[in-house]
Design a protein around this ligand. Sequence first.
Ligand SMILES: *[C@@H]1O[C@H](CO)[C@@H](O)[C@H](O)[C@H]1NC(C)=O
Ligand SMILES: *[C@@H]1O[C@H](CO)[C@@H](O)[C@H](O)[C@H]1NC(C)=O
Ligand SMILES: *[C@@H]1O[C@H](CO)[C@@H](O)[C@H](O)[C@H]1NC(C)=O
Length: 358
Amino acid sequence: MKLSILLFLVSSFHLAFSQRYNALFNFGDSLSDTGNVVIAGLPYGMTYFGHHTGRCSDGRLIIDFIAEGIGLPHLPPNTAKNASFNQGANFAFIAAPALPFDFYHQRGLSKGLWVNASVHQQVDRFEKLLPSICGSPQDCKDFVSKSLMVVGEFGGNDYNTGIFGGWPITKVSSFVPHVTQAIAEGVERLIGLGAVNLIVPGVLPVGCFPLYLTLYDGKDPTDFGPRTRCLRRFNTLSWYHNTLLRRQLDRLQKKHPAVSIRYADFYAQYFDFVIDPLKYGFKDGALRTCCGAPGQGKYNFNLHAKCDQNGSSVCPDISTHVSWDGIHMTETAHRIIAQGWLNGPYVDPPILSSSSNN
Ligand SMILES: *[C@@H]1O[C@H](CO)[C@@H](O)[C@H](O)[C@H]1NC(C)=O
Ligand SMILES: *[C@@H]1O[C@H](CO)[C@@H](O)[C@H](O)[C@H]1NC(C)=O
Ligand SMILES: *[C@@H]1O[C@H](CO)[C@@H](O)[C@H](O)[C@H]1NC(C)=O
């Protein structure tokens, strides 16, 4: 008796929220691109799709699990030729920085940039697509107000552009106010288009990525966090970004009290993977790549045998790793992170909760 009531409550709860959003729209970079840029091949995609879809993982991304969690289909990339966007679209682009090309060009750093898909450009594309989905501006405002918008993560590629351009981290930090401002402007433009439910993820502790750990492995033990063994100066940069981003979001929330702008704490969850990997079944820890160079060096990472390149291989058990290719995560890590956004505590109030607006 009791159990059946409980099951009834659980299923009606699920139903209520799976019908809450009419569509999902995503903006971002390789952490959420579902096919705007398809450069690599298998083993990307091997776990879930059986072929490479453009997703930078062995399987589904966080945004795929968010879509599943709210009862919507996986998002088609906005450049898909033959897709229906009635339930959403994904504007994320592999390698997209938050800031426009000119920002880096003026600083002599545009050499490594190969996509034009800044926050503003992605919002431009959204704005252009809208009439084909919902018609008039007023009808579109109604439609967008019933959609869930995920804006980010953005920033990782902005900082990479500086770091890989040879700039010291202290100088790269000067991008942070510009990057977080651009994200806030994107969020505000979406609000102007009718958005009411926005999730804005911060950046990850990139000093824990096997790529950086391999490239910038130093002899000085004070470079590394005592508990994490991650590169502190990179994590400090991420932390600084997230602090300024939250400040921007708090400002916007006050300015637009009728909308819900929720920060997604990407950093804290990943940090917990690193501190306590066994809690999540990550028997191989968080600092060793699965696809790449298993058994090589401390991090299974070799720039000359990157995932899907000659000489690379896939670890025997993908689900015991956080890192898929040295930068991007495994499907297992994505699933856990999405759970923390859907049900808390890393989005507050969580996406599947009644206490937000609407
Ligand atoms: C495009 O859509 C049509 C109608 O839904 C379908 O028959 C066709 O197979 C699709 N083409 C591609 C390339 O997906
Ligand atoms: C991006 O835009 C700039 C001009 O704003 C242009 O010079 C550059 O070639 C573009 N890059 C790509 C990959 O289209
Ligand atoms: C990969 O290895 C094959 C066989 O050894 C070789 O023919 C091919 O050129 C290599 N490709 C690259 C990109 O190095």
